[in-house]
Design a protein around this ligand. Structure first.
Ligand code: XUL
Ligand code: MN
Length: 346
């Protein structure tokens, strides 16, 4: 293995944003989606990730209008020479999903979530991707007794099955996160979703997107989680970023908090030929609220640069030396060798 990795980069329109947080309003001018898409190539990226309502202005309009607007988005992508990587139904903002979508107690909420997911699939087909990403933001609980947890798993499988059945070509990628906004998310880790994938009607079309910060919030190592999904042949996208401890989902620039951890992720992706089947290296990073308008894309370009710089280090690592140090169980020296490599000492 190794040597077949192809790294193409993507991000979503939400990664260029106004800087609002839960404690304060926007601090930067808003940038129109069309302008953000025009920036993608300029910033050195090839793929665009979409929420359903990034690709069209709203999903609560007629089907004809959704189709018309999705076609416009497709035209824009084609004219920029860009590729749509995925569509994610943004189920967590609508009042109808206050208490969840696929796993809600309320049948109307469940029906809304399924209907909106089908619209996301229609949009995906028009803009040219077969990937549907599910970040199940509000599937979970604040109060343990508020839901039947076993039934929630059944409902989750049923929801995925209904998407697989609606379209025989699409793939469903779970992007799992243990908490925030929920206290306890259902299927809080990649491993949970992988287990669920084998209960679906077509496991070959169910995989994962792993986000660095989400793994860290679960107390897990992102590189090891990625390797596990790769072992299943189910790592179909990543959201690289960084995270400084167990706080909120920080979406810091890749490598900004822990360079060694970033190296480990690049190493695993490179060693396992990530990208050889067209997968993108997605970045899910947020500009710091302190950034001024004109430099509020640095978090994207810097993350990509850090990835590529680490890739050079990964390629330079002397595999024979690593094998020898593994064989002699001198892990302290192995660690020192890797850290010296990252520091440019070898
Ligand atoms: C939330 C998150 C989302 C998904 C896309 O933490 O990462 O932005 O990546 O829906
Ligand atoms: Mn993400």
């Amino acid at each position: 293995m190794a040597g077949k990795a192809v790294f193409r980069f993507s991000f979503g329109p939400w990664n260029i944003h106004e800087g609002a947080d839960v404690f304060g309003p926007p601090v930067r001018k808003s940038v129109a989606t069309a302008h953000k898409i025009a920036l993608v190539k300029k910033l050195g990226f090839e793929g665009v990730q979409f929420h359903d309502d990034d690709a069209v202005s709203s999903v609560d309009v007629s089907h004809d209008q959704i189709v018309r607007e999705a076609k416009e988005t497709r035209k824009l992508l084609d004219s920029e020479g860009l590729v749509a990587e995925f569509v994610a139904p943004r189920l967590w903002e609508d009042p109808r999903t206050i208490d969840g979508g696929y796993t809600a107690n309320d049948a109307k909420a469940r029906e809304y979530a399924l209907e909106r997911s089908r619209k996301a699939i229609d949009i995906a087909n028009i803009i040219g991707t077969r990937n549907i990403v599910l970040w199940p933001a509000r599937e979970g609980v604040y109060v343990n007794e508020s839901k039947d947890h076993r039934l929630a798993s059944e409902r989750f499988v049923a929801a995925v099955n209904s998407m697989l059945e609606y379209d025989g070509n699409i793939r469903v990628l779970g992007e799992m996160k243990p908490n925030e906004p929920m206290d306890h998310a259902y299927l809080p880790t990649t491993g949970h979703f992988l287990a669920l994938s084998y209960k679906t009607a077509d496991p070959a079309r169910v995989g994962v997107l792993i986000e660095t910060a989400h793994s860290l919030l679960a107390g897990l190592d992102p590189a090891i989680e990625m390797a596990y999904a790769l072992f299943h042949g189910k790592l179909w996208s990543v959201h690289l970023n960084d995270q400084n401890g167990l706080k909120f989902d920080e979406d810091r620039a890749f490598g900004a908090a822990n360079l060694k951890r970033a190296f480990d992720q690049v190493f695993v992706l490179y060693e396992n030929d990530f990208g050889a089947n067209g997968e993108f290296v997605g970045l899910d990073v947020k500009a710091l609220r302190t950034q001024k308008d004109e430099v509020a894309t640095r978090h994207l370009t810097n993350s990509k640069k850090i990835f590529l710089d680490l890739l050079e280090v990964v390629k330079r690592v002397d595999r024979k030396k690593v094998e020898e140090l593994r064989a002699s169980r001198d892990y302290e020296e192995l660690e020192y060798y890797i850290i010296s490599s990252i520091m440019g000492r070898v």
